[in-house]
Design a protein around this ligand. Sequence first.
Ligand code: GDP
Ligand code: FE
Ligand code: FE
Length: 204
Amino acid sequence: MKEIVYQENIYPGTRAELVARLREVLSDHRFQHVLGVEQAAIKLAEQNGCSVEKASVAALLHDYTKERSAEDFIAAIKAYHLDPDLLRWGNFIWHGVVGAEMVKTELHVTDEEILNAIRRHTVGAVTMTTLDKIVYVADYIEAGRSFPGVEQARKLAATDLDQAVSFETKHTIQFLMEQNKPVYPQAILTYNRWVAGKNRRIYE
Ligand code: GDP
Ligand code: FE
Ligand code: FE
């Protein structure tokens, strides 16, 4: 396991302090998931010329609010004056976009690259930075994940991060549709950019 020594003051404390905080707010299962995402993200950062410290902090924080109550999120959406349309969705969307605001105020992490990676980690975005892609993909391929296709996703991630983004986006939406689940509109935009014929002209 690779343990990064924080030097850039992105998180105002040590990595051990951040990990201790996560242990308090996450179930053991999710805590282990987050550590797995961190390891995967560090590896992807090294392979893709991204800051490993940013990858570590963003990965550790990506699900910081995943176990909050709906009441907490609803109050936060109102308090931060976020788009009221969010109220129609649930935890799976809130823990990214609303979670980033909670990370900012509760943990004093103000780096917008980190906050954006948290915001975008569930449904991606039309425009994604390398850090966004790293957290999005690391979340999907971390060592604790096992689902049909995860090995292929790991192989793609090792050779081409963009192809891994494309694979993940397609398979997540396919999976949701097979179960007649609602697809968040932003996820469709991500699909159009990263899967559907790589139709860059329209979006860039
Ligand atoms: P996790 O927080 O580590 O479990 O992973 P994610 O943040 O990537 O996803 C959270 C959950 O939301 C997963 O169960 C996804 O399958 C689900 N999810 C992602 N996008 C959508 C969507 O557009 N609609 C619905 N209904 N679920 C989604
Ligand atoms: Fe998540
Ligand atoms: Fe996650």
